[in-house]
Design a protein around this ligand. Sequence first.
Ligand code: AR6
Length: 270
Amino acid sequence: MMGSASLYLSTKVARVLGAVPGRSLRSLPKPRGLESYRSLRNLRTPPIAAGMEDEAGRKPAPPALAAFAGVTRSRVSTSAGGGPGAGDWFELSPSSVLKLQKGDITKWFVDGSTDAIVNAANERMLGGGGVDGAIHRAAGPELREACSKVPEVRPGVRCPTGEARITPAFQLPVSHVIHTVGPIYDVDKQPDVSLGNAYRNSLRLAKENNIQYIAFPAISCGVYGYPYKEASRIAISKAKEFSDDFKEVCFVLFSDDLYRVWLESALELL
Ligand code: AR6
């Protein structure tokens, strides 16, 4: 099937990729061969897509990586902008992928023990709107309680801009939440440095806590007003710096616009 000039997804592969059976793969770059497929086999558990639970709340069966044979490459899936579970994967290193996915980060998880989501928090760390509010609602009141115990570094500041703190995830399906604070774009004197620090310190803290799978929202791209393009380039560059340290770095983007910009930057930078 994969040798044919006009490639179509079989029903099985389509299910694995979260795509529509019969969708053409002709737009994909030519397969690089089995080298990248071998490296993908090093992944212990294929990442579970946000929002991919079925109606009974069960996880889907892990994708059989054999389904990718002959179609694997740095960019291994082509269902960008589709429904729940759609995503694009890029090889960061022989044992690591960067994944882009559209959806709600509170639904994202891999194994519940070595996975973490990152929260775009504020310096008080006691909850707020946007993704912060969604994470606190989904985690339950214990998360606020745990955050309140994080020591203040000065009055009202538990996590200064660009730094990161870790807590358990309580009712969320992941094991931990890493709270970071991105810059307010129009206020911060060096927003690019602060945003880079937020990503780097989150990844560093995750690594110190033996996290293997980590998902980020678009930090600072909501009420903090960071332009998407600049933010996406910083986010992807920082993920690349940690390419040997995680099995998966995922960006869970909340809108089609964000997804498109992140995808463009990933195609440029990876
Ligand atoms: N899953 C994934 N992404 C989401 C979700 C979700 N459930 N909900 C929103 N987003 P923002 P910031 C996206 O404003 O700009 C809070 O009040 C959203 O579309 O949440 O860093 C904090 O307490 C946007 O692209 O965070 C702080 O005070 C991205 O998440 C302040 O906002 C970030 O938007 C932080 O502002």
